[in-house]
Design a protein around this ligand. Sequence first.
Ligand code: PMP
Length: 776
Amino acid sequence: MTLIALRTSRPLVTVEEAAGVARELYGLEATASILDGERDANFRLSGAQAGTVLLKCIDAAAAGAAIECQVEVLRHLARRDPDLPVPRILPTLSGAALGSFERGGQRHATLALSWLAGEPLACERREPPLLAAVGAAIARLTRALRGFEHVALSQALAWDVRRLTDLVDTIDAVASPALRRLLRAVDRRLEAAAPALAGLRAQAIHGDCHGHNVLVSPVTPGPIAAAGGSTDVSGIIDFGDMIRAPLVLEPAIAMSELLTERVSELEQLDALLHGFVSVQGLQAAEVDLLFDAITGRHATTLLVEAWRRQHDPEGATVLEAAAAAAAESLARLMAQGADALTARWHAAAGTHPSRLSLARRRTRWLGAGAELFYAEPLHIVRGEDVWLIDAEGRRYLDLYNNVPHVGHAHPRVVAAIQRQTAVLATHTRYLHESILDYAEQLCTRLPPRLDTCLFVNSGSEANDVAWRLASFATGRAGALIIENAYHGITAAVSALTPGAGGVRAPWVVALKCPPRAANCETIADAGLLAAARADVDQAVATLNARGFAPAALFLDSAFTSNGVFDPPAAWLGVIIERLRALGTLIVGDEVQYGLGRSGSHFWGFERRGFEPDIVTLGKPVGNGFPMGVLIAPRSLVEAFQAGCGFFSTFGGNAVAAAAGLAVLSVLERECLMANAAETGACLQRAISSLGSQQACFGELRGAGLLWGLDVVDAAGRADPERARRIVNVLAREQGVLTGLEGPQGNVLKLRPPMTLRPVHVQLVAAALAASAASAG
Ligand code: PMP
């Protein structure tokens, strides 16, 4: 094995000889006392004339270029950051940085350094502010080392975690099978992390900032005044293990050693890391690898000790205590797991995990099937009005999300939620005003018949309860929907949400949607209406044949999952009239269109010209606070309550009510419905005038701030592949977020917060044109 520092090989020099060297080479009259050292014979020289000096006697043959490197780095640091508390070189009588003497036929080099006051950090102290100062001081050293180069920095050092594989054969020398397993796991992880580690920014690092190499001055503040740190750190010594390596190894080694000196609390590691990044920021990808670097350093300590037990028993003794602590710490870190600790260190470092590591973690905890948008998934960390901001600070114009109805993180809604959570967050079984205020405000905006509310937590739940209510009120068990409908995820409403396989529940039948067209009103011909009548009769007959009668028809008033369009009012009129005659209730699902999105009407059903028996609300009502509401005639609700009882723990809680009230108030204050009409018209004009060169865009349908834009091929047919490419290009290259919709998945869905303004429309039009050119 060719690794340096596996074996300890200290030159044999007596204190008398050291005192002689001091006198002859440096002109210092001093008494010498021996100090610890693995590879060098180190002496403390004390004497009135000399002050205190550290004399290093180095095996010149073994160290070679490494001694020069130590000299050069101390000179570099003295120039780069003169106040950094690192040793200064005391020249020999002839003015050289290195001296040399011979003993027993062997040549030794000498290096005399100024003595730095203070006690090793390893001794006692562990308080977080001090550790933060230590982190800051190490970071300051790291900054000062930037740009330092020397051939010896590529030395093959046993302590370099990147060389752990070279030590792996030694695992067999570890007695404990459990520890052997842990060491193999660390090695596997490090091997997998090697390419990522190699891709990080690298520079000269001290490489050995353990508690005996960092001096602190408990009484008199030392000379360092690290930016953001305190004056407690009086020295960083021992530049014998320097390597060129990823910068992140510097704090990783310090953190690992902190654990190894005495198994420390995680808060202490956080403090050190926090101090480090206050001076030298870390990148997300660097923090992602801290766990492997720290556990790798533990593994190195354990394997170097195991190797020495076989080949260098005296050298092994020096590491015995550290190895025992490393084993204990390693078991603890591995039990806590990389994910939890990495998340913790990201918080301490003020970074966010990289997208790759997040995606891996997501698959681990949410399953491979958890849907993610875009070929290059986004790591969104903040929302602001119509903008979403990712972990790197890139801003995306959000044309997709309708949940933040009045804009992402609207300050008034946020404040209302915060205020209420601080006071009371409980259920609706006590008297409380705000839920009544909210119910009243909703009902005054609805037709008078719809006058009583039930509160739940999502659109799905609202539809689920609507289904129970309708079924209870009519005593029937059959349901009708429009083909390709989406109504939610509970057992009942997922049956009302057919998906690609079509309707599967025997108690549900889908009605055919008329042909999708931008100007449907003009095609409401007699043929279409006759077909609608026949379709309803057929659907009811099918239900009857299966032993069901139609309790309700569910209608998404925006026809979103049909690709966004306005079916002819007469078509819907025929259907509703026929079903009403049969005693079927009409459920208006306002989860998409409610609260003014169309720009022309507060409710989607008003725009479609029908009045439902039950209305369900979701997504936009809480602006991100999970809420669902059902509104129905009082007689229906009271009969249901009496017959079935109804209570939802979180539904209508005081915080939800505060959020709902705030949304309604902002909608009005900021005239957002009028804005939806104005901005929507502007958007329509801009998209329509994109011109014929954007041939991949077909029909544009919609109103207000909900639009569907067909993506088509050269022959004008639906082109879902092209649509997917455009959505990805829009996100990645243009920073504009959209989604796909429609039975064939070729409709670009434009459904931004209601605060999208005409100024944003210019961006949208330019982005659509560019994406068509690039992905079309
Ligand atoms: N109805 C419609 C029309 C919807 O679009 C959705 C959600 N996409 C739902 C109901 C279900 O709402 P939630 O996801 O909040 O349960």
